[in-house]
Design a protein around this ligand. Structure first.
Ligand code: 6GU
Length: 238
């Protein structure tokens, strides 16, 4: 699988050289291309933004550098990911889906966003997904792209050594993960739950499932009853 990233801050992506994804790159399981948007400008100041039509605060990223940059990396089979607080919420389900694709292109916008015509133009030719990490605002798409690349990359076969560790984790079964313990059995007067030392695999599995349910009910009740979720918080479904 290949990731191409267009950004005005290629330095943000140095972390892709290390850890699991770094090893996967060295092994050739995943490929990463980094592209500086400013390399696709033609003025002395390498301008990538301008004031918004209609007025208002902030700057908008100009369409021409984006068009040249994306033309240089987008293929027929590319999915274009635009990290944006205005996108749909990113989930483990979407990470799984994206991990089956051959080529992801990340368009990392800064300021108040990218001229909408860029998104509309590429949406006529490719699958374009505007994706949000959650209901808060980051300064730009770079950190969000890193998070999405890590979530997707670790699901690509061969990136994570033990595939079983992928299925037994938060969100894969719609529940939060159960609490984990390792040695010593007693630490600062806190004992590991006795069932985990019992050797009864059935009892351990049952306890872990109960813990998952309890934790999810307490911290993320919306995961158990998504029907009760609505945009106005009224609990009324549409
Ligand atoms: Cl994907 N981008 C930005 N700029 N802010 C965000 C976000 C993305 N997700 C949550 N906040």
């Amino acid at each position: 699988m290949r990731f191409d990233i267009v950004t005005i801050f290629p330095e943000f992506f140095g972390a892709l050289d290390v850890s699991l994804l770094g090893k996967a790159r060295q092994a050739g399981v995943i490929e990463v291309g980094l592209h500086d948007l400013r390399d696709f400008t033609h003025d002395r100041h390498r301008t990538v933004d301008d004031t918004p039509y209609g007025g208002g605060a902030g700057m908008v990223m100009k369409p021409e550098p984006w068009g040249e940059a994306l033309d240089s990396v987008v293929r027929e089979d590319s999915v274009i990911v635009v990290p944006s607080p205005a996108g749909h919420p990113f989930t483990q389900r979407e990470a799984r889906e994206l991990s089956t694709r051959e080529h992801l292109v990340f368009a990392c916008g800064r300021y108040e966003g990218i001229d909408q015509r860029v998104i509309d133009h590429y949406a006529d030719r490719n699958e374009v997904r505007e994706i949000s990490l959650g209901d808060y605002v980051l300064n730009g798409g770079e950190v969000a792209a890193m998070a999405i690349i890590e979530a997707v990359g670790r699901l690509v076969p061969g990136v994570v050594g033990n595939p079983a560790s992928l299925t037994e984790e938060s969100h894969e079964d719609g529940l939060l993960e159960y609490p984990s313990y390792t040695k010593p059995a007693l630490w600062r007067e806190r004992a590991v739950p006795a069932v985990l030392l019992s050797g009864h695999h059935g009892a351990v599995a049952q306890w872990r499932h109960e813990q998952q349910l309890e934790r999810t009910r307490r911290v993320r009740p919306d995961l158990l009853s998504p029907d009760l979720l609505s945009t106005d918080g009224s609990g009324e479904s549409t």
